[in-house]
Design a protein around this ligand. Structure first.
Ligand SMILES: NC(=O)c1ccc[n+]([C@@H]2O[C@H](COP(=O)([O-])OP(=O)(O)OC[C@H]3O[C@@H](n4cnc5c(N)ncnc54)[C@H](OP(=O)(O)O)[C@@H]3O)[C@@H](O)[C@H]2O)c1
Length: 370
């Protein structure tokens, strides 16, 4: 559409920077199951309105998105514009700094979606580019690009991982029968969706009573067309203050990816299980950040889920609701006792999706929550 089309509405105008940044965001998503603990980053290089190179960061230790894009662009990078979803790095890690690479490649402009709060970068990438006379624009499609790295961005800025709490419940808000039986409340489509949330998490946290009731593995077993061998599996973290984890639990079939918060047990140490000496959920989260775990998924029963909610440690609630009633003796999703409306924990709805006969609500704590 022409900019001077008299019938056009303001929302019809397309900002070309946003179009290329969308492409970079789509590229970044290709690494969403494999880059951990590194962030997802995509890059597109454009010259005279034409695409000349693209890349994404596939895995920690492998080249960054900008490197792949610059290799593809070659000489065409000179005088081109690079669109990057995260501020180019400024430090020598396992790979040399991308900001310097862009300067050497001769790009004339860099458009960035999100600043990198990592103290090793934090503005230094932009400084290197500007000092070399490169025009830099920031904040293009920032909110969308930030969704790609919610955990990384929060953990770098606050020292605490991003916490998603997943709950599967009936229409009457029940998550298990009184006996502990809970297979299955939701349908196969919802359970398949949970695999995605596990796969983007550095750790899945559960309570010992869920292990004792369900004997789950809490790993990623299927992700559509994606080869599971290419993904980084989440650590599985069990809260077990009384040392009740049975050595024949299924979760211990891959003990090197299990972490336990509880009293030290020699038999777990022999298996290679990491044992965490922490006393509170808050300390657990900061300790997990030290292990470069930036996104956690809590998949626990009502006891532990309620503790996370009451301590206001949840950034996002992922609630699957199945069209069924389980009755009042079944276990409630949230077991705190409130007496006044002022005590309620209120959320804001982010989106709703249907999975088979179930719905999934994504919610974030409301600022008005008291
Ligand atoms: N529908 C769903 O989405 C869903 C998901 C998972 C599980 N479930 C069901 O939920 C049931 C189990 O729920 P549950 O409430 O009995 O158990 P749970 O929440 O999975 O685990 C509770 C245990 O976690 C530990 N814990 C709790 N709060 C803690 C805190 N603040 N700090 C440290 N450790 C803490 C405690 O063990 P210690 O005192 O021994 O340390 C507690 O006994 C099962 O029937 C399971 O099938 C349902």
């Amino acid at each position: 559409m022409s900019e001077f089309d008299s019938n056009s509405k303001p929302e019809d105008y397309v900002n070309i920077d946003q179009v290329w940044m969308q492409k970079a965001i789509e590229l970044a998503k290709l690494g969403q199951y494999s880059t951990r603990p590194n962030p997802n980053v995509g890059c597109v290089i454009v010259k005279d309105g034409q695409w000349v190179g693209e890349g994404f960061h596939p895995r920690a230790g492998q080249p960054h998105a900008e490197v792949f894009a610059m290799r593809q662009a070659g000489e065409s990078a000179k005088g081109a514009t690079a669109y990057v979803t995260l501020e180019p790095c400024a430090h020598y890690g396992r790979t040399p700094p991308c900001a310097k690479g862009l300067v050497e490649a001769g790009v004339s402009k860099v458009v960035i979606a999100c600043a990198d709060p990592n103290p090793l970068v934090a503005g230094k990438g932009v400084d290197i580019l500007r000092q070399a006379g490169i025009e830099v624009e920031t904040g293009v499609c920032e909110q969308q690009a930030a969704q790609l790295n919610q955990g990384f961005l929060k953990a770098m800025a606050t020292g605490v991982p991003y916490v998603r709490l997943k709950v599967a419940s009936s229409l009457d808000g029940r998550t298990a029968m009184a006996s502990g039986e809970s297979k299955w409340i939701t349908g196969a489509e919802s359970r398949q969706d949970v695999q995605h949330w596990r796969a983007i998490s550095g750790a899945v946290i559960t309570g010992i009573d869920t292990i004792l009731a369900d004997d789950p593995q809490l790993n990623v077993r299927s992700l559509g067309d994606i080869d599971i061998a290419t993904i980084v599996q989440p650590k599985r973290v069990i809260l077990d203050r009384q040392g009740r984890l049975p050595l024949n639990a299924q979760i211990l079939s891959a003990p090197e990816t299990v972490m336990v918060m509880g009293p030290f047990r020699q038999e777990l140490a022999k298996l290679g299980v990491v044992q965490l000496e922490v006393q509170s959920l808050k300390d657990l989260l900061t300790t997990l950040k030290d292990f470069q775990i930036y996104d956690v998924l809590v998949e626990a029963g009502a006891t532990l889920s309620t503790a996370f909610l009451q301590e206001k440690l949840v950034d996002e609630l992922i609630s699957y609701v199945a069209p069924t009633f389980l009755g009042q003796s079944a276990r409630a999703m949230f077991n705190a006792e409130f007496e006044t409306m002022a005590q309620q924990l209120r959320f804001k709805l982010q989106d709703v999706h249907q999975f088979g006969d179930d719905i999934r609500l994504r919610l974030i704590p409301s600022q008005e929550s008291v």
